[in-house]
Design a protein around this ligand. Structure first.
Ligand SMILES: Cc1cc2nc3c(=O)[nH]c(=O)nc-3n(C[C@H](O)[C@H](O)[C@H](O)COP(=O)(O)OP(=O)(O)OC[C@H]3O[C@@H](n4cnc5c(N)ncnc54)[C@H](O)[C@@H]3O)c2cc1C
Length: 418
């Protein structure tokens, strides 16, 4: 008999799970979300604001896709789960009964209790409602301050810059994202930020936001007052565990799950940004807050939800981003601080950079960073997974070329000449 699988959250995790459940079974599928009627690419939020895309172009599926595939969409906020009755309570008063439930509730923006953080004109950037608010909050303003040097912070600075709004960017670290990036990569991005006319303040923290009703200025840890009418709070995100916590499911920083995405309660699963693995077997990063990991979680948990209990295995770490005009890709193991077992080879020419890490003893290739040059993901992953020697990687680096101009690139020539 067909069961009813209910999914809370229509982000990449929940939607991938829904699509794969439909491929694998005839079960009834309902996806509940309070944010939007349909799935859209969260990573493209900035492009809507900058006018590169319209909202409808960020939706990978036509609106009729869902009914055709018998995926029932419910717009609503889930306030509580009753695991005894096996129902989810929706804020509008409706109950939805489930046989199995997947929590894919994503993340929330961090707020650290800064004085003034709730003034008008102060906001984070995570979802569609934030984007609407940002449209309103940035109309006719003279100056903006963005707080927090992560990926969302630099995106927000770029968004404001695209509308010719002068931006001061407060970054607590000595250099942009130096907790994740080696110093050469980080320095390139500092340069990129400054070259775009952003007033980058390193070693600077937010102390308070001043204003009566609306933000008027920020005060920094350097005892400076910066007049502004908009403050973007982009100091990271944390797993959204509100619903799980309200329902008595074990939580830590995220919703605690095993490698099958099973929570502490029967027939309730959690995956994507909101989940935290309990087992060391899953690897060092217990919380994975990335687009591609959300998709991977969704695919694997769908199998388990359809009766083929399948453990999640981490693949080779991968991420990519664009910092203004600078493209960045990373594969495998490229820590910010060099480690004794790693030999790091750096090839750099102007604004282009390629770093290849290998194991000092065995010579096995461990990871790649590319900036301003693009490498093929499948090739880099294959080299890392198979433990190809650095010698062979350097000899056949052309196989990883993505850019047509890669062969004529000075960085590539340096690496190939080793
Ligand atoms: C601006 C921005 C840019 C990003 N850029 C990148 C990038 O370039 N590369 C990358 O890898 N990652 C990026 N990320 C991170 C990436 O988008 C997330 O890792 C991914 O979207 C998480 O997917 P998810 O499905 O787990 O959760 P989400 O996409 O957060 O979806 C969860 C959904 O559940 C809804 N929800 C939560 N609680 C309830 C409830 N109780 N009832 C009903 N609905 C609920 C939320 O409103 C939300 O719509 C970016 C994130 C942001 C905010």
């Amino acid at each position: 008999m067909a069961r009813h699988i209910v999914i809370i959250g229509n982000g990449i995790t929940g939607i991938t799970a829904a699509r794969f459940i439909r491929k694998l079974s005839d079960d009834r599928v309902t996806v509940v979300s309070s944010e939007t009627d349909h799935f859209y690419a969260r990573t493209a939020l900035m492009y809507i604001y900058m006018g590169h895309m319209r909202y409808q172009e960020t939706k990978p599926y036509e609106d009729h896709f869902w009914s055709r595939n018998r995926i029932n969409l419910v717009r609503g906020y889930a306030t509580q789960i009753d695991p005894g009755q096996k129902v989810v309570r929706i804020a509008d008063g409706n109950d939805i009964a489930y046989d199995a439930l997947l929590l894919a509730t994503g993340s929330q923006s961090n707020k650290f209790g800064w004085p003034g953080q709730d003034l008008l004109g102060v906001q984070g950037l995570y979802g569609m409602q934030d984007l609407t608010l940002m449209e309103r909050n940035t109309r006719n303003i003279a100056h903006a301050v963005v707080v927090g040097g992560g990926l969302i912070g630099i995106e927000m600075a770029e968004m404001l810059h695209a509308r010719q709004i002068p931006v001061t960017f407060l970054v607590r670290e000595n250099s942009y994202m130096d907790y994740l990036l080696p110093k050469e990569e980080s320095a390139l991005i500092n340069r990129e930020i400054a070259e775009h006319g952003i007033d980058l303040r390193l070693n600077t923290e937010l102390k308070s936001i001043r204003g009566r009703k609306t933000a008027e200025a920020v005060e920094t840890s350097q005892n400076e007052r910066i007049e502004c009418q908009f403050v973007g709070l982009t100091a990271g995100v944390h797993p959204n565990i509100d619903l799980a916590k309200a329902s008595g499911i074990d939580t830590n920083r995220g919703i605690v799950v095993n490698e099958f995405f099973e929570t502490s309660l029967p027939d309730i699963y959690a995956a994507g940004d909101c989940a935290e693995f309990n087992a060391d077997g899953i690897g060092s990063r217990r919380i994975e807050q990335l687009w591609y990991t959300g998709r991977a979680h969704g695919k694997v948990v769908a199998k388990t939800l359809c009766g083929h209990r399948t453990p999640y295995q981490k693949g080779v770490f991968f991420n990519s981003a664009k910092f203004f005009t600078m493209e960045y890709q990373t594969y495998g193991d490229v820590p910010a601080q060099s480690e004794p077992h790693i030999r790091s080879r750096l090839f750099q020419s102007g604004r282009k950079l390629l770093r290849i890490n290998s194991d000092r003893e065995s010579g096995r290739v461990l990871g790649f960073n590319a900036m301003g040059v693009r490498l093929r993901q499948d090739q880099c992953e294959a080299w890392i997974r198979s433990g190809t020697s650095i010698k062979n990687v350097l000899a056949s680096l052309g196989k990883a070329r993505f850019d047509a101009e890669f062969y004529s690139n000075a960085v590539y020539r340096q690496a190939a000449a080793v």
